[in-house]
Design a protein around this ligand. Structure first.
Ligand SMILES: *[C@@H]1O[C@H](CO)[C@@H](O)[C@H](O)[C@H]1NC(C)=O
Ligand SMILES: *[C@@H]1O[C@H](CO)[C@@H](O)[C@H](O)[C@H]1NC(C)=O
Ligand SMILES: *[C@@H]1O[C@H](CO)[C@@H](O)[C@H](O)[C@H]1NC(C)=O
Ligand SMILES: *[C@@H]1O[C@H](CO)[C@@H](O)[C@H](O)[C@H]1NC(C)=O
Ligand SMILES: [Cu+2]
Length: 664
């Protein structure tokens, strides 16, 4: 600790750092130093669970943004969640003056995000634990082929709780796809604060499913291979189409900032679009990110019931970001950004290529028309190009591909791709005809049940449509009867608009209005020339509602899944839909609880929370690794522009490769 205090931090120049830039390695070291000096005087046990940017006050960001070159950026602060001698600390560190701005001990329910180090230590404990070694031997398995994984334990109504994880183990011998070879029946409870095994269960003896067929590495697969896919080159003859100034991106008519956080992963901030007619940038999205990800498994038996993960708050989408592989995770024209998070000791940990940014030439049509009624045919077509910000978060068995895609037309398409390995349990069955009990999943291969489960992502979307004061509008399409025999038609539909005045009026059921409603965030203080309110609407691509009962513990904790849309007044401390301290939480601090205050949301700075759900009934194609399943939503301008904003778009240059001889 002493040596750290001697390091000079003059290298951190706050004029160059954008207020939304993620904490950099020098800042992590500074935070570590300040907190070690404050807490580690004797033999205290201090562990950092989360260190992230403490977002500056919105008003100070907005006034700074008016003239970033001249204005002094708001003070830079970090939010720290730590454990000190079995207590949770919530600390704000002021980096600008190198001091602790506030600190308090948290006495409520729930624990901070786990550290990767503690997960690793917990998962190797069984390997030297007598009763477990005995269980492995009794099963005739080779101990040196066993690997274990720590799973968060959830909460199921118990009164006292120590901070625990449940460790379960898998068998390698002949495959690297260990998640398909569970030692089903063995559960080891580890107390993380004492880092010791507190309970051991060996309840079921069922053979480990065979290794054969579980591999996905080409070196381990047998011919035939195919189909062969044709490669295509993406060329940018005029250089990359976007500019990066640190974490600030400008591309086509868009400017925005890309951040990174250990808990939520990528963060899009201050997204504005250039309006060609008004000759200025107009604000759309102040902040957007995945605020929580709920993955409950539908097997209530002892070995699986607790698997009700809140992956962002329990594991961290950012600290589990995968290093992206050039050419395969992202195309040839991608630019990569490294990311950092704080390890358990506070030191920065680097994730290379954590984010990638690329122009996507998907072959789509931006707009077109062929006019055939004139004699001479008139045809106008514009090909589409978009800009994608991608990260992949690998949470144990699952991989989530998280994309933000910006289109010149003003749309932001948010996409989620699910891939990776199913969570499975071993069963003695090799055909569905043998199954006479409920196995809570699908037989996806011999002796292997892919357990039924859901994925619910909640997106925090602080839209500032042409300014902060916004309202949430439900545009309902309703059937009308034709009266007074004015026409042979009997019916038509019309639009009934309703502004939500309070949080309860704003909530939208998952199934509500599918096919007959639109949901728009408008600026009630601004109109187009013809008088429509300026707005942006959210268009869901799919729907899945939670099927757990309201009184079930996981559903209480993840109550944000209850509605597909929620609207709250902006409040800096309401950041994560599942609450702040989510591990073993009891659901007393989350989006559902906050909105119970039923605050006013009309013509206010509001936040839209969108829940995107997937029900997953595993099928055999998901074995041994699952082809990507995608969904998402679109944020689309709705009377935001006076007319089609890409009417005068200039077509991309066609690229010729006259010297290219690399044909097959
Ligand atoms: C390990 O795998 C090999 C090859 O598949 C097999 O012959 C052997 O029996 C396995 N050993 C154990 C202990 O599972
Ligand atoms: C157990 O696996 C190790 C390699 O991980 C191998 O060296 C050893 O021979 C195996 N033991 C038995 C009894 O198969
Ligand atoms: C902001 O939200 C927190 C948590 O819900 C609450 O305690 C606090 O009172 C809120 N602040 C305001 C100004 O509403
Ligand atoms: C490509 O071909 C043109 C004309 O055939 C030639 O002038 C040019 O030098 C070539 N460029 C390269 C990189 O080979
Ligand atoms: Cu799934």
């Amino acid at each position: 600790m002493f040596i750290f205090s001697m390091i000079s931090f003059s290298a951190i120049s706050y004029q160059q750092i954008h207020p939304f830039d993620p904490l950099n390695p020098a800042e992590f070291i500074l935070i570590k130093t300040i907190l070690h000096n404050a807490y580690s005087t004797s033999n205290h046990n201090l562990a950092f669970h989360y260190i992230g940017l403490d977002e500056p006050d919105k008003s100070s960001i907005l006034s700074w943004q008016q003239n970033p070159a001249a204005n002094v950026p708001p003070p830079r602060r970090a939010l720290v969640h730590a454990r000190l001698d079995k207590q949770t600390l919530k600390i704000v560190v002021d980096l600008s003056n190198r001091s602790i701005a506030s600190k308090r001990v948290y006495h409520g329910f729930g624990f901070p995000m786990s550290t990767l180090d503690q997960e690793t230590v917990a998962s190797v404990l069984p390997l030297s634990y007598g009763p477990f070694i005995e269980s492995v031997r009794e099963r005739g398995l080779n101990m040196s082929q066993v690997v274990c994984v720590a799973f968060t334990a959830g909460w199921f109504g118990e009164k006292v709780s120590e901070r625990v994880v449940k460790v379960q183990c898998f068998y390698e011998n002949g495959t690297i796809n260990v998640f398909l070879r569970p030692l089903h029946g063995i559960t080891i409870v580890v107390n993380l604060d004492d880092m010791k095994i507190v309970q051991y269960f060996d309840r079921i003896r069922v053979p480990v499913p065979k290794a054969e067929g579980t591999e996905y590495r080409p070196s381990e697969l047998k011919p035939p291979f195919g189909p062969r896919l044709n490669g295509v080159g993406v060329a940018s003859p005029n250089g990359p189409g976007f500019k990066m100034d640190g974490h600030k991106i400008s591309w086509a008519n868009w400017v925005f900032h890309v951040g990174f956080d250990a808990r939520v992963g990528s963060i899009i901030s201050l997204a504005s679009i250039y309006d060609l007619e008004e000759q200025k940038y107009r604000r759309i999205l102040y902040n957007g990110y995945v605020s929580e990800l709920f993955v409950p498994y539908m097997d209530p038996t002892f070995e699986v019931y607790f698997k009700t993960f809140l992956d962002a708050g329990e594991y961290g989408l950012g600290q589990n970001a995968a290093s992206l592989e050039p050419l395969n995770d992202c195309p040839a024209n991608a630019v990569f950004i490294d990311a950092y998070f704080a390890g358990q000791d506070g030191s920065p940990v680097k994730i290379s290529n954590a984010l990638c940014i690329f122009e996507k030439h998907a072959g789509n049509i931006m707009w077109r028309h062929t006019e055939t009624d004139l004699g001479d045919e008139v045809r106008e077509v514009r090909p589409d190009v978009s800009l994608v910000i991608r990260m992949v978060s690998t949470l144990s068995n699952y991989d989530y591909i998280l994309d933000w895609e910006f289109n010149p037309s003003g749309s932001i398409n948010v996409r989620v791709g699910l891939t990776g390995i199913l969570s499975t349990r071993a069963v003695p069955y090799s055909h569905i005809d043998q199954i006479k009990e409920d196995v809570y999943g699908s037989l996806v291969a011999e002796n292997t049940i892919g357990t039924h489960h859901d994925h619910f992502l909640n997106y925090y979307l602080d839209l500032d449509v042409d300014g902060e004061a916004n309202s949430f509008l439900k545009t309902n399409l309703v059937t009308k009867r034709v009266r007074d025999k004015i026409s042979p038609r009997k019916s038509y539909w019309t639009v009934v608009k309703k502004t939500a005045r309070t949080e309860s009026e704003a909530r939208v059921d998952h199934m509500a209005g599918f096919g007959s409603s639109e949901y728009v965030v408008i600026n009630p203080n601004k109109e187009t020339k013809v008088g429509n309110n300026i707005g942006y609407r959210l268009i869901p691509m799919s729907a899945a509602r939670p099927l757990l009962s309201d009184d079930d513990y996981p559903q209480i904790r993840a109550a944000f899944t209850k509605y597909k849309m929620w609207v709250t007044p902006y409040n800096k401390s309401e950041k994560w839909a599942g609450g702040t301290f989510v591990d073993q939480s009891r659901g007393d601090d989350n989006l559902a609880v906050w909105t119970a205050r039923n605050r006013k949301i009309e013509n206010k700075d509001i936040v839209l929370w969108y829940t995107l759900g997937f029900h997953h009934v595993p099928s055999q194609e998901d074995f041994p690794v699952m082809p990507t399943l995608s969904s998402g939503f679109e944020l689309r301008p709705t009377n935001f522009f006076e007319r089609n904003p890409v009417l005068k778009v200039i077509r991309p240059q066609h690229v010729n490769w006259p010297n290219c001889t690399n044909h097959h």
